[in-house]
Design a protein around this ligand. Sequence first.
Ligand code: SF4
Ligand code: SF4
Length: 341
Amino acid sequence: METRIIKKENLAGIVKKLSEDMLVYAPVQEEDNVLFKVLEKGMEPLIEFDNAKNAPKNFFFPQTETMMRYLKGERGEELTDVPEEMQEAVLFGVRPCDARSFVLLDNVFNDSKYRDPYYAERREKTTIVSFACVEPPYTTCFCTSVDGHPFSTEGIDISLVDLGDEFLAEFLTPKGESLLVRLGELPKADEASMSKKEALSGEAADKIKSKVPGRSIKPWLDENFEHPFWDTIHQSCLACGTCTYLCPTCHCFDITDEIKKEEGKRIRSWDSCMYWLFTMETSGHNPRPSQKERWRQRLMHKFKYFVDNFDAIACVGCGRCVMYCPVNIDIRKIVQDISKL
Ligand code: SF4
Ligand code: SF4
């Protein structure tokens, strides 16, 4: 593994230079929000920030994407256009929790049995550069309760650790190492920098005070699909879908055809298990008729079904759903309450 040092004052310039040759997706300030955006000329990538409001899953799994275009003719439908080949890209400034979400999403979109070509191509051509959480940004962070860590390197090609005036850059994968030549001359990291990183890593984990019994509620979930507890959590839920749209691991989608005269396009868009229409059947029957069933599904999917299918919790503890729910529903409290039943 290559390890280098990058002076703090040089990092934004290096990222901007990269964006002249490659697609770079980076956190930028937009009014009151930090958002991941395609870095265009004149835009400044953030080097010091908490986390972006939008999860970077949007880059691999866009909120809306055209999968194909077609013409309806006398002989049926004829394909006229499929998306252009994806170019090489860098996804810069990802937090370790969000990088872990890609590893979880790979189970769904890019495994040996089911490969989503749109998602998989973007994943294969993208180098992920992260900032380790030396100072975990929010009191709502709980990555250590759901198999994560503020210095986790899962899903990351290049990890940047803030050592004060400089960053330690660890080139963790061949994809990460192949980017090294584009970054200019960088001095090698010494033993002292590596030891400092190890110390910061331990301290960072200790700074995460929010704890939930992530794995231990699974046996209860296995046995209690009809428990009265499910009547208690959804009462104030507005079904706005904010929690699912901001969540880095939520991945429900809908596919629709839009047809104007003879021209059609097939579009994939995010959907949400918090919406009544999500499970509405053509007959008018809805197997999840109220918000109670929808909330149970959200919790079960993250802490039971995903564990059953992939031995992983489908929550990385980023805290976005906790921070942005308009009625303060807190998934940490729900998990804690279940653990006491
Ligand atoms: S469920 Fe909430 S805390 Fe967990 S990954 Fe999704 S948004 Fe983050
Ligand atoms: S953000 Fe809150 S109110 Fe909106 S759907 Fe999620 S739990 Fe319900």
